[in-house]
Design a protein around this ligand. Structure first.
Ligand SMILES: [Zn+2]
Ligand SMILES: [Zn+2]
Length: 275
């Protein structure tokens, strides 16, 4: 597994387009997608699935069965609401095949729905645009912040206002981390939280003219050129490009990125193979 850290967001994962995708946030005890269920995933109690393609979902039955073998609590899995029923069904079929019934917990989650994973930390599903029902996820931290109109005031004045009982704070949800899953570029265009998350993991399946943007769009994926055309949308501190097609070697990805990406963006963008 590779690791990436920015601020308090540590990401461990595997990422090969069409082969395997799974990302763990160990500090938050949460993960996104199963891939083929890497060993480290088994200990993560809460998993959010982006969509049903097997490179993202294949490990789900193995995940539940391994947790049962290790005597861990059953684990909680959130899947796009549209596939909750078939996912439960296939897990029940595995029970029959294995003639052993391990506990499962599968909940559906709709676009824009939020789940609290610990006090003041939420995961919210964001609409994605793929060939089958799909969604990305953003991790939001709720914080009390000074209202904008008070930011310029000195510490003493703020103390005074507080003593007077003035309501100078407001609750804000800070998007710390966002993961696109598989999608076309509308995921970035349509979701403000994807543009603002401190760390954004964004799929970038194709990168050159041999697999042109039209082909990427046909399969519900992002082409590097889509990203280059929309650089002004990215307010993120770090953008990690993921899910590259396995046809590209790491050196080639890095060469194309350094050629095409304007210099002023190069410190914020990184590709998963570069980690
Ligand atoms: Zn995929
Ligand atoms: Zn997919």
């Amino acid at each position: 597994m590779k690791e990436f850290q920015h601020r308090n967001v540590l990401v461990k994962g595997v990422s090969i387009g069409g082969i395997e995708s799974s990302y763990i946030l160990p500090h938050f005890k949460v993960a996104f997608d199963f891939g083929r269920c890497p060993d480290d995933l088994i200990d993560v109690p809460t998993i959010f699935l982006t969509h049903g393609h097997l490179d993202h979902s294949a490990g789900i039955a193995y995940y539940f069965s391994q947790r049962s073998l290790k005597n861990l609590p059953e684990g909680k899995v959130y899947v796009p609401a549209a596939i909750k029923k078939p996912i439960r069904k296939i897990l029940k079929l595995w029970h029959k095949i294995e003639q052993f019934e391990y506990k499962i917990q599968v909940e559906g989650i709709n676009h824009h729905q939020k789940v609290e994973i610990r006090k003041n930390v939420f995961i919210k599903a964001l609409p994605a645009f793929h060939r089958i029902p799909a969604q990305g996820y953003v991790l939001l931290e709720k914080k009390r912040k000074l209202k904008k109109e008070y930011i310029a005031l000195s510490g003493r004045k703020i103390e005074k206002l507080k003593k007077q009982g003035e309501d100078i704070f407001e609750e804000r949800e800070i998007p710390l981390f966002c993961y696109s899953g598989d999608t076309d570029i509308r995921f970035l265009e349509n979701n403000k939280e994807a543009q603002q998350a401190k760390v954004l993991l964004l799929e970038c399946t194709y990168i050159d003219d041999k697999r042109p943007p039209e082909r990427a769009h046909k399969w519900g994926h992002i082409h590097l050129y889509d990203i280059l055309d929309r650089l002004d949308l990215f307010q993120n501190e770090k953008i990690v490009l993921i899910h590259f097609s396995k046809r590209y070697k790491a050196n080639y990805i890095n060469k194309i990125l350094s050629e095409k990406l304007p210099a002023k963006y190069s410190s914020r963008f990184i590709s998963w193979p570069q980690l």
